[in-house]
Ligand binder design. Structure first.
Ligand code: NAD
Length: 347
């Protein structure tokens, strides 16, 4: 039985993580910390046996038997909480974005190594059923080597946090670290690593703020150059419809995903193409993504078991932060293409 604590009992912890923990027999959530009394009340209602704390520092000081901590606060607090947990010898599962800067991300990698504890990012989109299908198609070789991917994420507004705290924190830079690039960029970027099978070397980006009452961007266009191809990412909080549309262009065909629907074209090089279509229910409309969580948690558990402290997912999370930071810089410099200078595989 793994003993865990949740820090930040808001939307994702209450609607996503905790319901998924409840489906498992190998985890007990023994403590919760949140800065807002009504959210501690919500935690008490959901997890009556858990000990409750108004600060993560009190929780860490009093809870001496924890195996892991689940950080589900807004991004500005991720690094501070993760570092404090690692110093006490506790493994860390951290929501995306891992941190709001490369300096913090590097500090987490160093601390994971120094304290011999796992830091694992919640890169849950990889665990969406239709995304797993895309990975199987790539590995089957049916569309050949992937040379280009496009990832469109349409949202009609920014996601809202629980009303009891600061529901619009995603539009407040000091809490979020940035707008849609910071909030959603990681999901798109780690998918590109998986689909192209490599890490990008350069990025060019343009951010845009259409809703000008906020200090964070609501649109991102970014092109990532890989050794073997490129990726185009478009993220928007000002769309007319909520959906994801992904395409994977291979040497011998293509896979197009439109939420749960997929369309597979094969046989391009033979001159005789075949088209297949299907639907894989993936719960895209459920922003808590509860159904994707446990397959991700299994990876975290395996990393804890094997002592894979600075694991591949952590390096990919650092790569995501580097790309997000570089997108902001590129956009500020007239969309100039910039190198991604830090080799995360060497960290
Ligand atoms: N992976 C995903 O699909 C996904 C989906 C939604 C949210 N998230 C991530 O989860 C995190 C939380 O997002 P949310 O939508 O649940 O936000 P939210 O506002 O609903 O919840 C945040 C909670 O953290 C609490 N909090 C704030 N600062 C704190 C601190 N210093 N210590 C303890 N508690 C604190 C708030 O009171 C609130 O209850 C973010 O990093 C977000 O990007 C990920």
């Amino acid at each position: 039985m793994l003993k865990g604590a949740i820090v930040g009992f808001g939307f994702i912890a209450g609607k996503g993580h905790y319901p998924a923990y409840l489906q498992r027999e190998d985890i007990e959530i023994v403590a919760v910390a949140d800065v807002t009394a009504p959210r501690l009340e919500a935690a008490r209602a959901a997890i009556p046996k858990a000990r409750l704390y108004a600060s993560f520092r009190d929780l860490l000081a009093r809870e001496t038997q924890l195996d892991f901590i689940d950080i589900s606060t807004p991004p500005h607090a991720h690094a501070e909480i993760a570092l404090a947990a690692l110093e006490r010898g506790i493994h860390v599962l951290c929501e995306k974005p891992l941190t709001t800067s490369m300096a913090e991300a590097r500090a987490l990698v160093d601390a994971a190594r120094a304290h011999r504890r796992v830091v694992f990012p919640a890169h849950n989109y990889k665990h969406a059923p239709v995304v797993k299908f895309a990975q199987q198609i790539i590995e089957s070789g049916r569309i050949g080597a992937i040379r280009a991917v496009t990832l469109n994420t349409f949202r009609t507004t920014h996601a809202k946090g629980v009303p009891e705290w600061k529901t619009d924190w995603r539009r407040d830079r000091k809490l979020s670290g940035g707008g849609i690039a910071m909030d959603h960029g990681s999901h798109s970027f780690y998918l590109t690593f998986a689909w192209l099978g490599s890490l990008p070397t350069h990025v060019t980006a343009k951010t845009l703020t259409l809703e000008r009452q906020w200090d964070t961007e609501d649109n991102l266009n970014a092109v990532l150059t890989f050794p073997n191809g490129f990726a185009h990412t478009f993220l928007t909080w000002t769309a007319g419809v909520r959906k994801v549309v992904y395409s994977l262009q291979g040497e011998n065909g293509a896979l197009v995903i439109d939420d749960d629907e997929w369309e597979l074209t094969t046989g391009k090089s033979s001159g005789k193409t075949a088209l297949e279509k299907g639907v894989i229910e993936s719960d895209w409309m459920d922003a808590s993504h509860t159904r994707w969580f446990n397959s991700m948690f299994d990876q975290f558990k395996a990393a804890m078991r094997s002592g894979d402290f600075v694991n591949r997912e952590l390096r990919e999370a650092v790569a995501c932060i580097q790309i997000i930071e570089t997108c902001y810089r590129s956009s500020a410099e007239g969309s100039r293409e910039l190198p991604l200078a830090v080799d995360v595989t060497a960290l």
